[in-house]
Design a protein around this ligand. Structure first.
Ligand code: FAD
Length: 317
């Protein structure tokens, strides 16, 4: 079922969902299942599976270092199919511009159709780890709005190279990313919102936000989005803080602000176990406020670990 239909069918009740990350190459899927199992009691109607950018690794060969391009966490679509089959929930593969040609994207979307996966998150992807700025792959898209347009073309039965098959049109529900504190490359929040509107105008059905820790920023973002005509559901993304280093990493990587109260509480912690507890309590309070405001879904960034998400969900749902 489409994410937007799950939201409609819930009749205003807030749903629970989460995002997982594929295991590193060479690991099996069992650990992922072990982390999904405890969260199934909260009836997630859908689970997102991220896609990682390719990266360079260095392999020693005859005393020399050989540079190889690889994806360290492959298997997004396979994991989506496996989880859908095992738990009978909808799964949402993240589809990236970066690292893919339009042709490869079309193959991926056709595979999704064959597997009965009709929700996708359309994302640009970040720059590769050795790059300062994102650069599109040869034959790939530069912005997520173009990827949304390609998926919408498939929804109209229009494949690449002018192949038109209206009888076998796809029916994808398309999610896109939104940034309550603006995307790090955007010159202003207002400009970034206009870019978000372009994604919605291209056919996006819903938005999932970047993590944020100050609900006021989310509420203001939703208001500002509505003002410029973005009328699709905007799902808040919640990340519980888990280690002290998050105080530096999260603002640096995602250019988000952390509230003083949270910083002070984390700074007092002697161990990461204490930090995890502070993170859980903060996320519970944050989630309860969002729930009271009637958000459509509370979507948690689990990073593949379920125990803190379970503690939060137990108190909120
Ligand atoms: P876009 O919407 O293309 O925007 C990127 C930047 O370009 C923005 O600054 C925007 O303002 C600007 N822009 C857009 N259109 C134009 C235009 N026409 N002209 C000029 N500027 C423009 N990354 C991964 O690698 N894998 C994942 O699985 C993944 N999942 C994510 C899930 C969520 C919910 C979120 C919020 C992010 C996720 N990301 C993921 C990160 C995402 O790929 C990065 O934030 C990326 O830098 C931007 O992606 P986007 O889809 O928002 O890009």
């Amino acid at each position: 079922m489409k994410i937007t239909d799950h939201i409609k069918n819930a009749n205003g009740k807030t749903l629970f969902s989460f995002e997982i990350v594929p295991p590193k190459k060479g690991n099996n899927i069992q650990e992922l299942y072990n982390n999904i199992d405890p969260l199934m009691e909260f009836n997630p109607p859908f689970i997102d599976v991220t896609t990682s950018r390719e990266e360079y690794v260095y392999v020693e060969k005859s005393g020399l270092l050989d540079r190889k391009l690889t994806r360290m966490r492959p298997g997004t679509l396979g994991i989506c199919a496996a989880i859908k089959h095992k738990y009978e929930v909808d799964t949402v593969p993240h589809v990236l511009c970066g690292g893919f040609t339009k042709e490869e994207t079309e193959y991926l979307l056709v595979d999704c159709q064959f597997l009965g996966i009709n929700n996708v998150m359309a994302l640009r992807g970040d720059a590769m780890s050795h790059q300062k700025y994102f650069s599109p792959s040869k034959g790939g898209h530069e912005y997520a709005s173009q990827l949304v347009a390609q998926i919408q073309d498939l929804n109209g039965g229009k494949y690449l190279h002018d192949v038109v098959e209206p009888e076998n049109a796809a029916d994808f529900c398309i999610g896109v990313a939104g940034y309550p504190e603006k995307h790090l490359e955007a010159p202003s929040l207002q400009t970034d919102l206009k870019r978000l509107k372009e994604k919605v105008d291209a056919g996006a059905d819903y938005v999932v936000t970047q993590m944020f820790f100050d609900n006021k920023k989310y509420f203001e973002f939703v208001e500002a989005a509505k003002k410029i005509g973005i009328n699709v559901p905007i799902i808040p993304g919640i990340k519980p803080l888990a280690v002290k280093r998050h105080l530096q990493i999260l603002p640096q990587v995602f250019r988000i602000d952390l509230p003083e109260t949270l910083i002070n509480e984390v700074s007092k912690c002697k161990t990461n176990k204490d930090v995890r507890q502070v993170g859980v309590e903060f996320a519970i309070a944050q989630s309860k406020e969002l729930l009271a405001a009637g958000v459509p879904v509370l979507h948690y960034y689990s990073m593949g670990k379920s125990s803190n998400i379970k503690e939060i969900a137990k108190q909120v749902f």
